[in-house]
Design a protein around this ligand. Sequence first.
Ligand SMILES: Cc1cc2nc3c(=O)[nH]c(=O)nc-3n(C[C@H](O)[C@H](O)[C@H](O)COP(=O)(O)OP(=O)(O)OC[C@H]3O[C@@H](n4cnc5c(N)ncnc54)[C@H](O)[C@@H]3O)c2cc1C
Length: 483
Amino acid sequence: MNKRILVVGGGTAGWLTAGYLARTLDAQSHGGVEITLVESAQIGFLGVGEGVFPTIRKTLQRIGIDEATLVREASATFKQGARFAHWRFEPGGGQPDHYLYPFQATQEPSGPDLQHCGLSGDHVATPNHACHLDAVKLAGVLRNAATGLGVRHVVDTIDQVPLTEDGAIAAILGRASGRMTADLYVDCTGFRAQLIGHAQKSPYKSCRSALFCDSALAMQVPYERPDASIASYTISTAQEAGWTWDVGLNSRRGVGHVFSSDHTDAETAERVLRDYVGKAGDGLDIRHIKFEAGYREISWRKNCVAIGLSSGFLEPLEATDIAFTEVAAVTLGTLFPWGGEMETAARRYNDLMRRRYERALDFIKLHYCISERRDTAFWRNNVEASTIPDSLHDLLDRWRFRPPDAIDIDPNADIFTEASWRYVLYGMGYRTDLSPKADACRDFNRARPAFEDIRQQAAYAYQNLPTHRERAESAQRRGFGEG
Ligand SMILES: Cc1cc2nc3c(=O)[nH]c(=O)nc-3n(C[C@H](O)[C@H](O)[C@H](O)COP(=O)(O)OP(=O)(O)OC[C@H]3O[C@@H](n4cnc5c(N)ncnc54)[C@H](O)[C@@H]3O)c2cc1C
């Protein structure tokens, strides 16, 4: 008999997982799996989360969604990285106020040691991009693709989740559909965590001692003019007790403020957001969202796997959550228990996901803990040694005399590359003392022409390429490849 999977939840996590598994486990063939997705019309989905990783392109392609579809149907624009403003110094001090974080590698494998030669100079780039997209529309695009791959769609609210004696899920009980059973249940019910949390009581490990932010305010801001420019990066601006995000879609901007309620109150946070948005935000509604930075150390328990917000959420900085959904879906597809013990696959899955959360936590904390800002308690508390995980202390120690390298990265656990670490470290002015190695580096003469080449490519691109709005609009009219 075919293996049956029940995915509960129809947000980004539910539809992406259902579509990916349908494609990978071959839901359309005779011997493949049967996948049903149940989502509640009453509860709705979160509908924020508009910045993603470059990996999304490959993941969506696998489900049959190309970039042209994203541009047309999910208002997607091209995200080439992030611009971090005021993370190192507070505004008004006359010091540098921003750095850029692109998605590309800094090093050609056989080229000169550009990271050594470039540490006090430019970043090196070969183009790579992700996208910004409308989270509500994305769920619709994913739903169409997943149902096209054979996923059955049930609209119903799950009220009860009875367990077996050993803590596995016995069934889910829908208000309209009654009892539904499967070999494997995937909990994509968002912060509610209806299966893994409410029913199975798999503990949620809080990371609040390192990542203080626990609240967000979100706004959808129309462009002031139809030809207003669209940023090709997420703008992350540090604030007194958190930071604001600013994402440019082709139809509107998504703007929000993430903050720590231990360090400011909602009224002040709203004022910070409105000041940031200015007149364009007059009269616009603001959505309030609460969260707890953390994750489940066991997100696959017995016959239930949690994916998306039900598994964990660190915070929106660095847009890690949809990337976590991608790696979780891929990992589940690989470890899917066609036969044998479910426990063996679950142990491996839990180990990988726990390490991924730990490593991403370090990377996000890095943005806060090497800041030189001391203007508010939020920033002073963030650099206290006791708030920095030991694993991050260890990494920072390693990088006192050499830059991050592939040797520091675990390809199974890290969703950030050594280049990502370098962009943040050196964008924030972290000091790696290369003087002991200075005489040993013989690459300066080879590096200079490589840097010059990049400068020329950048100047050419600046002169000759269309603006981001022109590019996004032509891609919307004519498709990605012909834009
Ligand atoms: C402020 C903020 C900003 C963010 N920004 C980013 C970002 O830039 N990039 C990024 O990658 N991520 C971001 N995220 C995370 C991103 O929003 C989520 O990864 C994404 O929305 C997926 O959520 P989900 O599918 O897990 O849950 P949800 O969107 O909440 O979906 C839950 C689904 O479960 C269903 N459901 C719940 N209970 C039941 C029930 N009892 N019965 C039936 N169905 C049920 C609901 O109807 C819904 O369909 C952000 C999150 C926040 C809070």
